[in-house]
Design a protein around this ligand. Structure first.
Ligand SMILES: Cc1cc2nc3c(=O)[nH]c(=O)nc-3n(C[C@H](O)[C@H](O)[C@H](O)COP(=O)(O)OP(=O)(O)OC[C@H]3O[C@@H](n4cnc5c(N)ncnc54)[C@H](O)[C@@H]3O)c2cc1C
Length: 501
């Protein structure tokens, strides 16, 4: 490779121009709309099978729900209580698959589920049976073996937990991940397999004329250009039902999480807190603790979802019921994120009862809608979608295509050398080095791309605003931002991510 090539490969502006040119000029087998976990999973799978793949994301990769989850790889003990064995089995197997393909982003996580006299929704003997079934549903060994515990044992493991009427509890295993890093590393894996991917490019509309011609807008310049593909996958999560050609019907529900100092909620294992049939978690996260979540119907803007005062008060109230000595207040809250569950519509029933199962539809030749599901099952959703596309591809292209079998459950996303220091469960050290990596190798365009999704520094650090000012300087040096652009980036960051509660 000559020096000019090396330079242009590392120059983000030149890289973006080259990507735009490829998108406009090359015909693709598959165009994926949406760069959340589902879209990145489809792009990776299709690229690994040898298909020509493009992915466009209207904001930043993982801007939507895939950077605002509880960060759990889980079968869903709650769904087991609802009798959804198939769903739990599917997700339990997949949590282990993610553990295998992304070990840097999947740690076994023990959960303590305490039970109390008088709580008819969560009864100890039922949970004891439930966790044993849960272990069996993994299709092999779970990430750790479940156990049953007496009250004094639970209190020893969870100091500060309310002891009145405690009847005991169970301990079981799921996994802890980093949602946006999982999406980004899945995308890096797709790109390494030849996928053409771009953020800040919005699908507008499409028409079919033998193949699909999609109108895509470069949000950074306002220019619209065509992208041609045999198959289009609508993987736009909560946006899925508003897209031209989509047949998806969604019911969006909002969930929020709070981040507090670990010292103020010093759990060493995740603690399950019940509120009627609902469960909330207190999850240890390095020097912090994550507490959530809520589940309420949502009708507001999809592009600006925030935790409001009532959400925060609800989560703090439940936490303080279970840890009465902590008396957490809004002053303890370092940050709060809010996301929308893209649930397949079922207007009846409580939000938390709506099915988390995914659906894949092919309403028009070459168009696929993928909706619902969970972070945990993203790889399976992708495999099933690409399986369907492959079956129809000969008809869509008019010629036979040699397609390799699916390998996404076996092959690691990235080699350890590609993730060390830049992608982990907790944020990277606050240094210029990782920022340079995100700008040159991970498509970071705006300040919040680095602060929020690539590093989680925004969620983790109480002094995130001053850290953002430093990151704006580093990005400014790397991207050639004049002082007014650095200022505009800081204002954009504060406008989008400033606290609202
Ligand atoms: C509070 C909460 C907690 C959760 N916790 C867990 C958990 O612990 N474990 C778990 O397994 N699952 C969890 N989930 C579910 C999981 O997070 C989601 O199912 C998953 O992230 C959805 O991914 P997605 O790719 O479908 O959607 P998204 O991540 O929202 O991605 C869709 C993308 O499409 C883009 N897009 C939209 N329109 C366009 C357009 N016109 N052109 C281009 N791009 C477009 C959006 O900008 C967005 O980035 C949780 C969800 C919530 C809300």
């Amino acid at each position: 490779m000559n020096n000019a090539n090396t330079r242009s490969q590392l120059d983000p502006a030149a890289q973006r121009q080259a990507t735009l040119k490829t998108l406009e000029q090359d015909p693709f087998d598959v165009l994926v709309i949406g760069g959340g976990i589902v879209g990145t999973g489809v792009a990776r799978d299709a690229a690994m099978r040898g298909l020509r793949v493009a992915l466009v994301e209207q904001h930043d990769f993982s801007f939507g729900t895939s950077s605002r989850s509880s960060r759990l790889l889980h079968g869903g003990l709650r769904y087991l209580a609802q009798g959804r064995i198939g769903l739990v089995h599917e997700a339990s197997v997949e949590k282990k698959v993610v553990h295998h393909i992304a070990p840097h982003l999947a740690d076994p996580l023990p959960f303590i589920f305490p039970t109390y006299r008088g709580n008819k929704d969560w009864v100890l003997w039922q949970l004891k049976i439930g966790v044993k079934i849960y272990d069996l549903l993994c299709g092999g060994r779970n990430l750790g073996k479940s156990t049953w515990h007496r009250p004094q044992d639970i209190l020893r493991r969870v100091p500060g937990l309310v002891a009145v009427n405690l009847t005991g509890g169970v301990r079981y295993y799921d996994g802890f991940t980093n949602d946006s890093r999982l999406a980004l590393d899945t995308l890096r894996s797709a790109a390494a397999q030849g996928a053409t991917v771009i953020n800040y490019c919005r699908y507008r509309d499409a028409k079919r004329n033998g193949h699909w011609e999609c109108q895509v807008e470069d949000v950074l310049t306002g220019r619209t250009f065509p992208v041609r593909a045999c198959a289009v996958v609508n993987a736009t999560g909560p946006w899925a039902d508003g897209l031209p050609h989509s047949t998806v019907k969604l019911r969006a529900t909002k969930g929020i999480h709070l981040v507090v100092e670990h010292g103020r909620a010093p759990v060493t294992e995740t603690v399950v807190m019940t509120e009627g049939k609902r469960i909330l978690f207190m999850i240890p996260w390095g020097e912090r603790t994550i507490i959530g979540t809520t589940d309420t119907d949502y009708q507001g803007s999809l592009d600006d979802v925030r935790a409001d005062t009532e959400d925060v008060a609800y989560v703090l109230r439940v936490a303080n019921l279970f840890f009465p000595n902590s008396q957490l207040t809004t002053r303890d809250v370092i940050s709060a994120w809010a996301g929308l569950r893209p649930l397949v519509a079922d207007p009846s029933g409580k939000p938390s009862d709506v099915s988390r199962a995914h659906e894949i539809h092919n309403p028009e030749p070459g168009w696929w809608d993928v909706a619902g599901g969970k972070l945990t099952t993203y790889r399976l959703m992708a495999e099933q979608t690409v399986d369907q596309i492959v079956r129809k591809l000969k008809k869509l292209k008019g010629t036979a295509v040699a397609v390799a079998p699916c390998r996404t459950a076996r092959e690691p996303l990235l080699p350890p050398s590609e993730t060390a220091g830049v992608s982990a469960l907790t944020p990277p050290p606050f240094e210029r080095g990782p920022v340079e990596h995100y700008v040159r190798r991970e498509w970071a365009v705006h300040l919040d791309d680095v602060m929020v999704r690539r590093t989680s520094w925004h969620w983790y650090h109480r002094d995130a605003a001053s850290k953002a000012a430093q990151v704006a300087e580093w990005m400014g040096e790397l991207l050639g931002w004049p002082p007014e652009t650095r200022q505009a980036e800081l204002e954009r960051y504060t406008r989008m991510w400033g606290a609202s509660y």
